[in-house]
Design a protein around this ligand. Structure first.
Ligand code: FO1
Length: 328
């Protein structure tokens, strides 16, 4: 992997908001462009749940494994080269098997659960796991309080996020997304400091509804983000999500699944918006004032693509920073 070269943006502090596999990919690119002390990743914990008594934090794990270059390259979640012996033994016992916990991956959940039971916060536990995995950027849960996201379905059910996403393969139609718990969750000192010290905030190409919104819903975090230059990256390309239910959710909530609707969703939070070059034509005639639109290839299929997109996001961030300084 090519080490980062000394570029102007390396002196700026960046806070990236992320959740899920797409977010983790851009985070890897950012980590390759910036010195580790200048990158904080604030991660969605709305997907977290307790399974077999173990505390599972899928988005924290996806970011951690991606930064440690440990992730399964095909699935984007879980560990590369993991096996499923425990899962198979559980199946024999008739235990629920809808959520795949790999044998090596189980070590993360066991150690996290042990640390939490000993009284460490989720932030302290995550920093401990990151240190052991050799990850130097700050990976921060959005809150130490549980903040589960629920999906209210058109057929009248209230599903915990992993029940909707994994057990039901995000097939049920979404009527509403319940982020009430995130709204009650307190932000951590570390997350607030990361946002206050940041020169630039990046909204990674994660699902706006269930990955970025829960973070913004935690008390005070949206206001802190609002005060900073923000570059957001669309998770939709030509109306489709690279992975996961983002496009399907837009449609079910009565909104056209399109990059510009992602921008509309974030509204006045965003100073610059990165969308895929395949969507560039669709925005030519749109009336957007005060927001820089930038189109490029946003599909991150290999390490080189992640670094290039991160480099472009940071250059754009510098441009926004310079412009805001001019106006001050
Ligand atoms: N995603 C799946 O689609 N199926 C699984 O069985 C599954 C297991 C799993 C175990 C640990 C972990 O950290 C993540 C896991 N994921 C699985 C991914 C995860 O549920 C989703 O990617 C996120 O919650 C969406 O952001």
């Amino acid at each position: 992997m090519k080490p980062y070269s000394r570029l102007a943006y390396q002196t700026i502090k960046v806070a990236a908001l992320a959740g899920g596999v797409g977010g983790a990919k851009l985070v890897v690119g950012l980590a390759n462009c910036l010195p580790p002390e200048n990158l904080s990743v604030i991660v969605n914990t709305g997907d977290d749940f307790t399974h077999f008594g173990l505390r599972i934090c899928p988005d924290l794990d996806s970011v951690m494994y991606a930064l440690g270059d440990l992730q399964d390259p095909t699935r984007g979640w879980g560990l590369a080269g993991d096996t499923n012996q425990v899962l198979q033994a559980l199946r024999t016992l008739g235990a629920p098997d809808w959520f795949q916990l790999g044998d090596k991956d189980l070590a993360t959940h066991l150690e996290r659960t042990r640390c939490l039971a000993e009284g460490l916060s989720l932030t302290e536990t995550t920093l401990h796991l990151c240190a052991r995995l050799g990850i130097r950027a700050s990976v921060l849960p959005m809150s130490d309080d549980p903040a589960p996201t629920f999906i209210l379905t058109r057929d009248g059910r209230k599903l915990a996020f992993q029940e909707y996403f994994v057990r039901e393969h995000f097939e049920p139609e979404v009527a509403e997304i319940d982020l009430e718990a995130a709204g009650r969750a307190k932000p951590t000192r570390k997350v607030m400091d990361a946002l206050m010290e940041a020169d630039l905030v990046v909204l990674c190409p994660s699902n706006p509804w269930v990955s970025i919104d829960p973070i913004l819903r935690v008390a005070g975090l949206r206001d802190l983000v609002q005060e900073k230059p923000v570059v957001a990256v669309s998770p939709l390309i030509q109306g489709k999500a690279v992975k996961g239910p983002a496009a399907k959710m837009f449609a079910e909530l009565g909104i056209e699944p399109a990059a510009l609707q992602v921008l509309a969703h974030y509204g006045n939070l965003v100073s610059a918006f990165v969308l895929d070059e395949l969507d560039a034509l669709s925005v030519q005639n749109s009336e957007l004032k005060d927001i820089i639109l930038y189109s490029t290839n946003t599909l991150m299929q290999c390490a080189q693509h992640k670094f290039r997109l991160a480099d472009e996001v940071l250059r754009l961030g510098l441009l926004v920073l310079n412009q805001s300084e001019k106006h001050d």
